[in-house]
Design a binder for this molecule. Structure first.
Ligand code: ATP
Length: 385
């Protein structure tokens, strides 16, 4: 066993960690480093293994293989209460008969700390509940109760705070407020937060780094904007927002660009954004996000600037959702293509039935391996087998 002064600092380091239940593998051997002081999200659909991973960090679940290191120290065999971590769950589990003040003071009192006033006061200020100290949990809203739960955990000065779907019980508006609030708290205290969620918007709002999990594996790890702009797999492309994925044949490839054919037309994409083999004659999936695409009525096609990627189609559906209008377009390159247009100046001709041209900057195009077009459900079944 090494010490806290190890060169890995305060990182959480998982090495070859896995979990099997009988013949079912919930988490495949996983190597993951969570940098000290970061807000890290484990993101994925129900059953992908994110909670199991979190529980192995907490010590609530024994790994089948591998090690957990916190700040350079091997804690794999330590029980939860001996690890420098605290967990906040979806159910706040506050003591109903104690005041907010006493709920927050609980960890200190249990450790025999005599003078708690200053620390409890600081924690209540941190979560902006100083004026509620003498109330009971039932007098607080769900979001306020969750802030008490966070204060109660942070007062123990954990090295890592683990959050297991902490906002799951809140309504959407409160969730959004609490996401910003948790991010503020994490920035202020500067300790590592590891947050489990199935909500991609939540992960992207709060986390510096997101690990997208699927079928017990991390599919991709990165900063939110990077994952969104450069998804590495079809799963990530569709789990983080919406992607149009068009099957295309590779016509030409150079160090800078690829030219591909789809639905009788040619499209261009940067070679650097391509995660597939690029040899001419092969095929790949061309991806573009719906908000990167502009829509022109076919009568105005001549006015589309040179150098844009373009494909033709017909609008099959449109929905006005306030800030934008979302169109569904079918064409020779693919059906069910999605386009989001900001509602600035709406063209009334862009209605179901209209012939249109979709056009976008080639720089916003990414390429994925056409062979890995599996969905989460398929992979999970394979893993379970
Ligand atoms: P959710 O968001 O629904 O909690 P999750 O991604 O956190 O999902 P886990 O709770 O980590 O998923 O579970 C991963 C897989 O392991 C699931 O298929 C689950 O059914 C299975 N699993 C978890 N705990 C056990 C257990 N004690 N025994 C058997 N299977 C389990």
């Amino acid at each position: 066993m090494t010490t806290d002064t190890d060169s890995t600092g305060g990182d959480v380091r998982l090495t070859g960690i896995s979990k099997t239940y009988g013949s079912f593998t919930a988490v495949h051997p996983l190597d993951l480093t969570i940098p000290q002081g970061s807000f890290f999200a484990l993101l994925g659909a129900s059953g992908c293994g994110k909670t199991t991973t979190l529980r192995m960090i907490a010590g609530l679940e024994d790994p089948t293989t591998g090690t957990v290191r916190l700040g350079g120290r091997d804690v794999t065999d330590l029980p939860p209460y001996k690890r420098p971590v605290n967990t906040v769950f979806q159910s706040y589990a506050l003591f109903p008969h104690l005041s907010i003040y006493e709920n927050v003071a609980f960890g200190l009192r249990r450790r025999g700390v005599k003078s708690v006033r200053k620390q409890v006061g600081e924690m209540l200020d941190l979560v902006q509940l100083g004026d509620r100290a003498q109330q009971r949990p039932h007098q607080l809203s769900g979001g306020q109760q969750q802030r008490v739960a966070v204060a109660r955990a942070l007062i123990n000065h954990p090295q890592v705070l683990l959050l297991d779907e902490p906002l799951g019980a809140l309504d959407l508006k409160l969730r959004r407020q609490m996401q910003l609030e948790l991010k503020r708290i994490q920035t202020e205290v500067g300790i590592t937060f590891v947050h489990v969620t199935h909500d991609q918007e939540e992960a992207m709002t709060m986390a510096d780094q997101v690990a997208v999990m699927n079928g017990g594996r991390v599919e991709q790890l990165g900063a939110p904007a990077d994952l969104y702009e450069n998804p590495g797999t079809t799963f990530v492309a569709n789990f983080l927002g919406t992607s149009n994925l068009i099957t295309a044949g590779i016509v030409e490839s150079s160090a800078e660009d690829l030219v591909v054919s789809a639905g009788g037309g040619k499209l261009k994409l940067p070679a650097a954004r391509c995660r597939a083999a690029t040899a001419p004659g092969g095929s790949l999936l061309v991806g573009v996000r719906p908000e990167k695409i502009s829509l022109a009525h076919a009568d105005d096609a001549a006015g589309i600037p040179e150098g844009r990627n373009r494909i033709t189609g017909r609008i099959t559906a449109s929905s006005f959702i306030g800030v934008s209008t979302q169109y569904v377009v079918d064409g020779p390159a693919g059906s069910g293509l999605q386009v989001y247009e900001q509602n600035v100046e709406r063209d009334s001709r862009l209605a179901p039935g209209a012939e249109v041209v979709l056009h976008w900057n080639p720089a916003h195009t990414f390429g994925l391996d056409a062979g890995q077009a599996i969905d989460a459900g398929t992979q999970k079944v394979e893993d379970a087998a």
